[in-house]
Design a protein around this ligand. Structure first.
Ligand SMILES: *Cc1c(COP(=O)(O)O)cnc(C)c1O
Length: 332
């Protein structure tokens, strides 16, 4: 697959490392666990949105945009990475933050990613939970156009076919790394939210005929809702790539058992996963995505769903800046 046909900027630190999780593998008693370190993509504490932004900003600059508009939850990692790259590229950054969790904790409201958004000088508008975020972004765009600006809207999580190209690229990178070291990957596991990561991976893994299955652990939706969402975007991404109809519905697999009470709300499994990875591997997960993703992986391994001689890769999607917004969760 030849993704150089698409406009792209190069600011992510790639390739990200693929490392064994020796202590965790030993503690859980197999399968052999590995971690793909997309928490180390280099942009303002890193994370998965950086790969998507390489293609999204490539398209925005091709269209001569002078302002980027995007949206996310209060502690959005996507928003933080978007604000950072806008600073570097000297673009105006308009952010809409939806107060989805309803938390009144000052750490949640102002620390972590929000502190960083402000450092990058983004214009932030906070709106209540349930706001139609796409409509709100359109309103902001209309206002900017009226004043002679040229806005480019990035959907929540950067999850459009353009953004998903970042994870087509990641799939090719991962397959290359595995081939270089003769590592047979039997399972790839990642947290899934706005769906661009899993959709891009599916398109890239299918496009390379890798035969590697992907499991998405949901952070806000039930299994069926998430699979439908991922499938729709994976199909659009495959079409965009020039391989229409290549994604099979059965290859889209999500697990909704680890969401707990809702998006951004803590679970015991998440807390355990964050603590385990910190204490066993010196790796920081996050409370909203990678913590729940890893909680799912750990639980499924404990339930004996995988063989000891299998190799499993966890895609670490980043987000550790969010830990500072959840101080009470980890110090109680
Ligand atoms: C956005 C995000 C995800 C989910 O990725 P999607 O492409 O939105 O499904 C996972 N982990 C972290 C840390 C994120 O910020």
């Amino acid at each position: 697959m030849h993704i150089s046909r698409f406009p792209r900027l190069h600011f992510a630190h790639l390739p990200t490392p693929l490392e064994p999780l020796k202590n965790l593998s030993k503690l859980l008693g197999g399968p052999q666990l590995f971690i793909k370190r997309d928490d180390c993509t280099g942009l303002a504490t890193g994370g998965n949105k950086t790969r998507k932004l390489e293609f999204l900003l490539g398209e925005a600059l091709q269209k001569n945009a002078d302002t980027i508009i995007t949206q996310g939850a209060t502690q959005s990692n996507h928003v933080r990475q978007t604000a950072a790259i806008c600073s570097k590229l000297d673009l105006r950054c308009e952010i809409l933050l939806e107060h989805r969790t309803g938390s009144k904790d000052p750490d949640y409201l102002e620390n972590g990613n929000v502190l960083l958004d402000r450092l990058f000088g983004a214009n932030i508008l906070s709106v209540p939970a349930g706001t139609d975020m796409d409509a709100a972004m359109e309103e902001t765009a209309a206002e900017i156009r009226k004043n002679g600006g040229n806005p480019y809207i990035i959907p929540g999580g950067g999850s459009s076919p353009t953004g998903a190209l970042g994870y087509v690229n990641c799939a090719m990178e991962l397959v290359g790394q595995a081939n270089d070291r003769s590592l047979r990957i039997d399972h790839l596991v990642t947290a899934t939210g706005s769906a661009g990561t899993q959709a891009g991976l599916l398109a890239g893994l299918e496009g390379t005929r890798s035969g590697i299955p992907v499991l998405g652990i949901c952070v806000n939706a039930d299994k069926e809702t998430q699979e439908v969402k991922v499938f729709a975007l994976a199909e659009k991404t495959a079409e965009f790539l020039g391989i229409p109809g290549s994604i099979k519905r059965e290859s889209v697999v999500a697990n909704g058992d680890y969401v707990g009470p809702g998006y951004g709300l803590s679970t015991d499994g998440m807390i355990e996963a964050v603590q385990l990875l910190a204490r066993e591997e010196g790796i920081l997960l996050d409370p909203v995505y990678s913590g729940k993703g890893m909680a799912g992986l750990i639980d499924l391994v404990r339930k004996g769903k995988y063989r000891k001689d299998e190799n499993m890769v966890f895609l670490h999607t980043g987000g550790s800046a969010g830990l500072f917004a959840y101080r009470k969760t980890f110090t109680a």
